[in-house]
Unconditional design. Structure first.
Length: 254
C-alpha cells in the first residue's frame, strides 16, 4: 500500500472515530472524574496576527513547577505511530503523555499500571500502555501481554498496562508513551509543543488560572531554539470545549 493511501486511510479513520467520540461527549458529557474542573492550557498571542499554540515542550517542567492554580499540569502530544507485528508495520494514533494524567482523569488500567515518574528516566522510558481495542485486535486480549516487548517507532517498548474499553485520550489514541520533553523532538523528528491539561484546584476559577498562566507565558517566553513568537497571554478553557468547539472545527477543516 502506498504512503499516500496509508496516510489517507489513517486520516479518514481518524475523522470517523473523532466524530463518534464527539457525538458521545455531546450526548453523555466527559466520562472523567470532576470533568467540569478539567481544563486545557495553550499560549495565545493577541498583538499583531492573533495566534494560539501549545506549550513549548522544553518549558513544560517550568510551567509545572511554577503554576499553583491546577492540582497539577500535564502535557500530551499525539502523532501517528508505527507498530511492527512480524513483517507488517501498522499505523496507529498514539500520544506521549506526562505520568499522572490518567490518574487525574480518574481512569485505571484493566491490566498492569499507568506511567510513574521513574518512566521519565531515559533508561526506564522505553515502555508503552496499550488501548483496549489495539490489545484486542492485535494481541487477541493476551492476558500475558504485561512485560512483553513490542516494536513501536523502530524501538522495542515494554508493555506495562492496558486501558479499559472505549477509553481514548486526548484524541482517538490507541497507545501511549511517556512524555520526556527533552527527547520529544528526537523521538518524533519534529514535534516541539505539547497541549497542557489539568484540573482546577478547589476554589480556583478558570479566570484565575488564566491570569496565572498568562503571567507565566510572558515570563518564560519562547524556548531558545525556536523562532520568537511573542505570545503574551494564555487561554485556559474547559476540556469539554476542546471536543465540542476547537476539536470539531479542526475536523471540519481537515
Amino acid at each position: 500500500m502506498g504512503l499516500a493511501l496509508v496516510s489517507f486511510s489513517l486520516g479518514l479513520g481518524l475523522v470517523i472515530a473523532q466524530l463518534g467520540l464527539i457525538n458521545g461527549v455531546w450526548i453523555n458529557g466527559l466520562p472523567f472524574e470532576d470533568a467540569d474542573r478539567l481544563v486545557t492550557v495553550v499560549r495565545h498571542r493577541t498583538t499583531g496576527e492573533e495566534l494560539e499554540q501549545d506549550l513549548p515542550a522544553l518549558h513544560l517542567k517550568d510551567y509545572r513547577e511554577k503554576q499553583t492554580t491546577l492540582e497539577a499540569l500535564y502535557g500530551s502530544a499525539t502523532i501517528a505511530m508505527n507498530l511492527v507485528r512480524g513483517d507488517t508495520g501498522l499505523m496507529f494514533w498514539g500520544a506521549y503523555i506526562t505520568p499522572g494524567l490518567f490518574e487525574t482523569l480518574g481512569v485505571k488500567p484493566i491490566l498492569g499500571r499507568t506511567f510513574v515518574p521513574d518512566d521519565l528516566e531515559r533508561a526506564n522510558g522505553d515502555v508503552v500502555i496499550l488501548g483496549h481495542e489495539l490489545w484486542t485486535d492485535e494481541f487477541a486480549r493476551d492476558p500475558e501481554i504485561f512485560g512483553r516487548s513490542v516494536m513501536i517507532e523502530g524501538k522495542p517498548r515494554t508493555v506495562v498496562g492496558v486501558m479499559p474499553p472505549d477509553f481514548q485520550f486526548p484524541y482517538v489514541d490507541s497507545l501511549w508513551l511517556p512524555l520526556i520533553p527533552e527527547e520529544l523532538e528526537e523521538e518524533t523528528g519534529w514535534m516541539r509543543h505539547v497541549m497542557g491539561f489539568g484540573r482546577l484546584n478547589d476554589g480556583v476559577s478558570r479566570q484565575q488560572a488564566q491570569l496565572e498562566f498568562s503571567n507565566l507565558v510572558r515570563t518564560l517566553g519562547d524556548p531558545p531554539d525556536g523562532t520568537p513568537m511573542n505570545f503574551n497571554q494564555a487561554r485556559v478553557r474547559p476540556l469539554i470545549d476542546f471536543y465540542l468547539d476547537d476539536y470539531m472545527r479542526g475536523i471540519l477543516f481537515m
